[in-house]
Write a protein that binds this ligand. Structure first.
Ligand code: ITT
Length: 206
């Protein structure tokens, strides 16, 4: 079977492929449907934006669609960038732009004071998933979160987005230094996926 995921983020696509391949599901993304209109992500919460993406793309295709809205909430920045994580570094910002902006803002906050300490703030990644089924008009949702620290010393070539700056004390590594499987086992997205799978199983056991 196939599973359509309403995302244009190649990093997310890779993680969904890795999660669903063992279930025999081929993941299609918005790279496979380039002519669909963009969804305006103007929700106040991750869950609201995930629902906008799943419902709008599902209605355009007439098929069930999964969507992911996620981001980084940094404690020293009062939980910003949060739902603005993708455009934090400005319109069309790359992952690198966003990471530079994050370090600049956290270092500016320390007002030049050099503590010699690379860990700048506690933070969490949050992921909201929404699976919309147009045949039953039902939405299935799940959220996951993972706690870590923002480090001024980026490391690792795996993952995507803010992963090189997200330090996990239990591993002594950043998220970008984990393999896809290791990331899936602990990440916000991995947790949300496992919860969504449980909820779907319960709903279909009937
Ligand atoms: P779609 O909306 O098309 O799925 P997007 O990249 O715009 O793609 P979001 O609006 O959900 O996705 O924004 C997510 C932001 O949070 C984006 O900047 C990501 O780099 C970051 N992010 C989300 N999950 C992440 C993860 O697992 N590791 C690192 N950064 C992540």
């Amino acid at each position: 079977g196939i599973l359509i995921v309403a995302t244009k983020n190649a990093g997310k696509v890779k993680e969904f492929q890795h999660a669903f391949a063992p279930l025999g599901l081929e993941v299609k993304s918005m790279f496979d449907y380039p002519n669909l209109p963009d969804v305006v992500e103007d929700g106040v919460t991750f869950a609201e934006n995930a629902r906008k993406k799943s419902v709008q793309v599902s209605k355009a295709l007439g098929l069930p669609v999964l969507a992911d809205d996620s981001g980084l909430c940094v404690d020293a920045l009062n939980s910003r960038p949060g739902v603005y994580s993708a455009r934090y570094g400005g319109p069309g910002a790359t992952d690198e732009d966003n990471n530079l902006k994050l370090l600049a803002e956290l270092e500016e906050q320390k007002q030049g004071e050099d503590t010699g300490q690379p860990l700048l703030s506690t933070a969490r990644f949050v992921c909201a998933l929404s699976l919309y089924d147009p045949f039953s008009d039902k939405e299935y949702t799940a959220e996951g979160a993972v706690e870590g620290w923002i480090t001024s010393e980026p490391a690792g070539g795996g993952g995507f987005g803010y992963d090189p700056l997200f330090y996990l004390p239990d591993f002594g590594k950043t998220m970008a230094e984990l393999t896809v499987s290791e990331k899936q086992a602990i990440s916000h997205r991995g947790q949300a996926l496992r919860l969504l799978t449980e909820r779907l199983a319960e709903a279909t056991e009937g």
